[in-house]
Design a protein around this ligand. Structure first.
Ligand code: ATP
Length: 300
């Protein structure tokens, strides 16, 4: 079942670019990553899903129902962590959590909030105005999961968390997911996607460039070649290697290039010449992302 779906979701900020034609479809129990560089449009998309910003065009479906105006019964099934958290500063974290629990008809001590706080090393007895960024984030996280939501939407949840707390937080997310919570989170950090997600959507300059299984990302046809020919020296021009890759480079006797051509075609081309040594490697996930981020990849 689709838990969160957007169809051609678009937001224009006057003449400024927001996001265009965002199509997401997140299945029940997925951990889905929404990755893109700063300013790509992640928060804009999430704010529309959470009805904090009005779409210019497009549709949003939550749990199979189209979102139109306020829908408090849907909101109760969702846990949300905004990228910037504004909270009542004169209250302690505990008071705020009590307040939030009550709004869901729950008693704080009957929720798992104390356990979560301990796992995230969060002292809920301090007043919010004394909080560091990390502590605000921790409170935001506990607030977002307090009511055991079916869908958790997290906008850059790890910024401000130290590595130890991040680790505890990821464990918590995995556990919630195993318990049935669908998770959608935005990030610009690739390793977070690799660690947690089954699928990922890549957004760049307001446009989704790809949605893919994380496991499939590294298995694309592009391969990195390193070739040493029997003939000494730089053979790029002599062997017309730029036909395989205009960015071919020669270093320490080895020719380096990458191509999406089928391997057998590349080898057929290269075997016109005497090869002393060759290695063929899959690109790393990091390289693939840099390609999606950096170059003009056509939207699909
Ligand atoms: N309220 C606003 N008014 C005008 N432009 C906005 C507004 N909010 C966002 N934008 C613009 O929309 C684009 C997308 O911004 P958004 O905050 O959604 O990106 P992001 O992917 O969440 O970035 P980051 O990782 O830096 O948080 C940017 O060009 C930004 O300047």
């Amino acid at each position: 079942m689709s838990v969160l779906k957007t169809v051609r979701l678009t937001k224009n900020y006057g003449v400024k670019r927001g996001v265009k034609d965002i199509d997401l479809d997140i299945e029940e129990r997925e951990i889905f990553g929404f990755i893109g560089p700063n300013g790509a449009g992640k928060s804009t998309t999430i704010r529309m899903i959470m009805q904090l910003a009005n779409p210019t065009a497009g549709e949003i479906y939550l749990f199979g129902r189209q979102v139109r105006g306020e829908m408090p019964e849907l909101r109760r099934k969702i846990g949300f962590l905004p990228s910037e958290i504004n909270l009542y500063k004169d209250m302690t974290g505990k008071r705020l959590l009590e307040f939030a629990a009550r709004s869901y008809g729950l008693e704080l001590k009957r929720t798992r909030a104390f356990e979560y706080a301990e796992r995230l090393q969060y002292d809920m007895n301090q007043k919010v105005k004394t909080y560091s960024l990390g502590n605000r984030k921790k409170l935001g996280i506990v607030l977002s999961v307090l009511h055991n939501p079916k869908l958790l939407i997290l906008d850059e949840p790890t910024s401000g968390l130290d590595p130890l707390v991040q680790h505890a937080f990821f464990d918590l997310l995995k556990e919630l997911n195993e318990g049935g919570t669908t998770i959608f989170f935005s990030t610009h950090i690739l390793s977070e996607v690799e660690k947690l997600c089954s699928r990922v959507a890549i957004i760049r300059e307001g446009i989704m460039v790809r949605t893919e299984q994380v496991a499939d990302l590294a298995s694309h046809s592009r391969r990195n070649y390193a070739v040493r020919f029997a003939e000494q020296g730089n053979c790029i021009e002599r062997f017309r290697l730029a036909e395989l890759d205009p960015d071919v480079a020669f270093q320490d006797g080895v020719h380096h290039f990458a191509t999406q051509l089928p391997i057998h075609e590349t080898l057929r081309f290269l075997s016109q010449f005497e090869i002393a040594d060759i290695s063929i490697a899959k690109p790393s996930l990091e390289e693939l992302f840099m390609e999606y981020y950096g170059k003009g990849v056509s939207a699909r």
